[in-house]
Design a protein around this ligand. Sequence first.
Ligand code: KG4
Ligand code: ZN
Length: 341
Amino acid sequence: MKILGIETSCDETGVAVYSESEGLVSELLYSQIRLHKEFGGIIPELASRDHAQRLAGMTQKVLEQADLKMIDIDGIAYTLGPGLIGALLVGTSFASSLALKYEKKLLPVHHMEGHLFAPFIKQDIKYPFIALLVSGGHSLLVLVKSFKDYTVIGRSIDDAVGECFDKVARMLDLDYPGGPEIDRHAKMGNSDQYKFPRPLIHNGLNFSFSGLKTAVRYQVEKLNDQGFHLQDYIHDICASFQEAAIESLHHKCVKACKEFNVDNLIISGGVAANTRLRALFSESKNLNVIFPEFKLCTDNGAMIAYAGYLNFINNVTMDDIYSPRPRWDLNQLCKESSLDG
Ligand code: KG4
Ligand code: ZN
């Protein structure tokens, strides 16, 4: 069985084919980073246009790479939400037109369910697990007991952690996206130099990052007001900021695993590519920490193809699969999905 996966929720166009017998057989990813770089953030209109321009050609190429034709495909998985409405509309229209023309099963996927199972494209799924999903739009802690049994046990009450990396990078005049830039500069800095706050760290399982962002802003303003060159302090600011953000994530994960008596911890989403995060979590005793491979941390078509495959084999059905959902809570997904048709 082979599933074509299409991801267009934000600024990456991803197309891939997942095969039940061979695993990931073909994948292509186009990042729009250069398109949005000059604006310092994503311009939704440009994102939609770019997805529309590339999807057909990339799909053709992905099939060619695997020596497949549409007739060999059993289902078409696509991101129904959450994400940018225009970008989601492009992927949804493209996937449903293909499904109509070739009479294939249409498999709507929740983008975060894609991230949730991305580590298992290459290894067996271990239930129960706790997942830390950290990206530009989300910071979620999810208890996963089985397929479609997901409970969000923690979330950011303000900025997503990736968003916070991006905003801090902008304050420091670093390139977009800010996460990889901060990660790179932090390697040359001293993380004890500035004592940035870890909001809510001792309080429940929710996260908060906006106070941390503001504390960095005050520090940057202070250095500027005192006539210092920000450039000379950038490594230490990045290292100290990153340490505060990653420590907050780590603390909550350890707490959640203890509270729910679970030792498998999945970390996925763009921020899971962070090298300090990987190092800190890998040191955690008593936890079996599982990451997707680096290229599957950020948005991609492979995770959508794989989540689509899981939906296919579990006969998941859902209503209203042609209307993209820019906002879509993971808890809601479980309530509205019916298993075994
Ligand atoms: O999952 P993703 O590709 O897209 C969303 O669904 O948002 O995540 C993108 C986010 C961006 O905020 C980016 O700055 C962050 O992931 N990111 C990182 C790193 N690589 C990407 N954050 C910290 N360290 C990294 N190495
Ligand atoms: Zn994502």
